[in-house]
Write a protein that binds this ligand. Sequence first.
Ligand code: HEC
Length: 500
Amino acid sequence: MFRTRCWCILCAVLGLAVAWLLTGAPAAHAQSKDAPKGPVSFINDVAPLLKENCYACHDSKKKKGKFELTSYETLRQGGAKDDPIVPGKSKESLLIDVVTMTGPGRMPPKEAGDLLPKEKVAIIAKWIDEGAKLDAGIEPKAEMLRELRIRWKPPIPPVAYKFPVNVNSMVFTPDNKKLVVGGYHELTQWDAATGKLERRIFTRAERAYGMVFLPDGKLVVAGGRPGQEGDVRIYSLQAGAPKDHGGVPSVDGVNDKSVMVQELVQTDDAILGLTLSADGKKLAAAGCDRLVRVWEVPSFKADPPIENHADWVFGLAFSPDGKALATASRDKTAKLWDLAAKESLLTFPDHQNPVYAVAMTPDGKLGISGGEDGQIRFWQATDASKNIGKQTKNMQHGKAVFRLAMGGDSKKPILASCSADGTIKTWDPIAVAPLKTMPGLVDWAYAVAVSPDGSLVAGGAWNGEVRVWKTADAAQVTVLNASPGYVAPKLAAKEEPKKK
Ligand code: HEC
């Protein structure tokens, strides 16, 4: 049950559901009306249908039936049976045959899902009857996914949220005073002492999954739209000309180049994890495409991507010297990668379940990983010991551990974790011992942050709630709902985390 919900957080289905709740219409369809009144456009009307229903088996890797749907050109080349389109004659076109037939050969194949609804087939048929033309300004060879991305316009976040948006990531500002939280197509900045909303920064990305501040004070954000696109972008939070949005100064991080100062990468699916080395000279990100990308800071020269995991990569952490990178993956392993030698140093399989988060102790001796099995596991990371990759200790969280955050200095580091058990916990990573359990959240906790000075811990939950506590005694500093304008129904004081 948990699994369903957890995958959902990261999957397109929920993305659409959230978009529906917030805007009243699914985002993916916002621009392609079911029945176009004028001529049907390939890129605006037909390509989104092919992408959603066919691309999984007809991309450049799978090419089922030797049929590739990566561009208009490959669509018209067809597969074993040549061009599936007879322009002007939808009834004679194989493309329409396969999406309307019910027996063998139907597309998508029976085991892959339902046939397209009639109205969708009608769109494709109308386009063929109108001549199956490619829109002006697009090259036949142009990559379809890229063209779709270029045309997609992010919605403006609601003035006041009707439903809370779950908190996927958070970070304290370098001065320990503010908290930046990922929302729906925006970042929100809050005063960590008072819980006051200070600024909204609109983003192209629907969600932020990872955030780190660079030594120069700019914020790197990794995220995307699940199943659609992913990105890593750099923001200057205090730049731009703020406009009023629901009584809060808001800046345009989509179009204003002084706010969104640089884009490091664009991908076909979400980026889920982001980390910066201790010396601030290396940045790494990874996600659904399994590739781990590493950049030099501040030149942002990219190393060749590392392909080391068999499934999504959720989390990453540099070794303290920046020479190795630890990764956590849905393939049920954590790994450590030597960046110079470009080789795997160890694979840690003990979670036997998806691994969501990874960290390293400040002395670099131990790796720390958290996963679906509800455990935080410590393992030998240096080759000084023959036991490299072997577990040294595990600590129980109860339910799935989604993220780990490290703060404080190397002498007194604080490790914090967030979990499906609805708690934020702190740990002493040197003594490998539990410290505190932060009280108050009543829903699954997906985000956690520790202030750079280690004095504050923040947790964020599925229901949009964010709480800030003092690390020392777990005393609550503030509570807020990170969905601007949202008024939460009153919660029972002792409500257990919901089981859905
Ligand atoms: C689950 C995988 C899967 C999905 C999804 C899928 N296909 Fe296919 N497709 C196949 C396979 C496998 C073949 C080859 C089988 C065959 O030739 O009978 C094929 C063959 C075809 C062919 C014939 C190519 C040729 O020239 O022989 C066409 C056209 C086609 N698919 C169109 C589509 C369309 C349009 C969609 C989306 C509505 C779609 N497919 C979705 C797996 C898939």
